[in-house]
Design a protein around this ligand. Structure first.
Ligand SMILES: [Zn+2]
Length: 339
């Protein structure tokens, strides 16, 4: 990735944090150990790398933002600067030899510049021993060393690490930045609105597209919704033939219910906002508009209330097939009642 892309990415994902850290770099007030905590894909690595670039850049702008183009910026991007040490888990964990490498590097003075930067991703995968080994470096600040521990799961970090680092909570991405992240990760364009409605986590989004699960879910929900639009009782059968095969575990069951809720929220929105408002089911726009205009406000609210109640039923361990069948009957009843 070119330097400027990385800077743009960090700024679009985390504008406030980026500004904050560049200011710390420019005023030389960077602390010695940070824990960046946040969902996968929320920009932790990008921010840490841009900070590193800011420390080495030959041509920063007046705010201290790195240029992204000079040889120093280029070397950091290429992983080619010996004073910027980056470690990612090798498989499930950060391995023992990786920890040894970090410690060795920590003990060495900067090779070229005046500071050494450590970026350790997946810090929650450090074993207790390894984390304790690093603690020594974290608790006794060494001049000219700054360490960024990156984690998606702060609750798995040792309390001793948490208490000795400055914890920086990365907020979830806003709609536009998350959509952009999904695009960067090759998620298909017609799945982005629904995924953005379902989650803020890149990991969760990637899980949902495995084996075309999400595409199948969109397909079956569209069929179910289309049948409901025609007040067709076949919608009840579609629960069993179309939706149940996709509802193989609690997580996927919850996603189906969330998608249904989004679908009816979209319908309500189509009725009251504008018909070209961004919906999570763009392919269903025509059907949405039809249903929205054929139902009264009360009918729509009855349906939405029933849809929202399904989440509670699932949490109460009610069987998913009963939940979906009951909902389908409630919707059919609400749609055929006189408004
Ligand atoms: Zn530069």
């Amino acid at each position: 990735m070119a330097g400027q892309n990385l800077i743009e990415q960090a700024e679009s994902k985390q504008p406030q944090l980026m500004q904050h850290f560049i200011h710390l770099v420019a005023t030389k007030r960077l602390s010695h150990a940070y824990l960046f905590s946040g969902l996968p894909g929320c920009g932790k690595r990008a921010v840490a790398q841009v900070v590193a670039m800011g420390l080495f850049c030959q041509n920063p702008n007046e705010d201290g933002m790195p240029c992204g183009q000079c040889p120093e910026c280029g070397r950091i991007l290429a992983g080619d600067n010996p004073d910027v040490v980056t470690v990612q888990p090798d498989g499930q964990r950060i391995k023992v030899d990786q920890v040894r490498y970090i410690k060795d590097e920590f003990a060495k003075s900067p090779v070229e510049g005046s500071i050494k930067v450590f970026i350790i991703e997946g810090a929650e995968t450090l074993t207790t021993n390894a984390a304790n080994g690093l603690l020594k470096f974290i608790e006794e600040p060494v001049a000219n060393r700054v360490i960024f521990l990156l984690t998606t799961n702060k609750s798995m970090m040792l309390a001793t690490i948490l208490s000795r680092t400055q914890i920086v909570e990365f907020p979830s991405l806003t709609g536009k930045a998350f959509a952009e992240t999904l695009r960067e990760n090759h998620i298909s364009e017609n799945q982005i609105p629904l995924l953005s409605g379902l989650t803020n986590s890149l990991d969760d989004a990637q899980q949902l597209v495995v084996d075309d699960w999400l595409a199948n879910c969109q397909h079956e929900l569209s069929r179910w919704f289309g049948q409901l639009a025609k007040r067709d009782d076949m919608a009840f059968v579609t629960v069993q033939t179309g939706l149940m095969p996709l509802a193989h575990d609690k997580d996927h069951q919850a996603v189906i219910l969330d998608a249904i809720i989004l679908l009816w929220q979209d319908t309500l929105q189509t009725k009251y906002l504008s018909s070209d408002a961004q919906t999570v089911f763009p392919a269903l726009q025509t059907t949405l508009t039809e249903i929205a205009s054929s139902l009264s406000r009360n009918q729509l609210l009855t349906i939405l209330t029933a849809a929202l109640a399904t989440k509670k039923a699932l949490a109460g361990n009610m069987n998913i097939q009963s939940i979906l069948e009951t909902l389908t009957l409630q919707i059919l009843a609400a749609m055929t009642q006189t408004a």
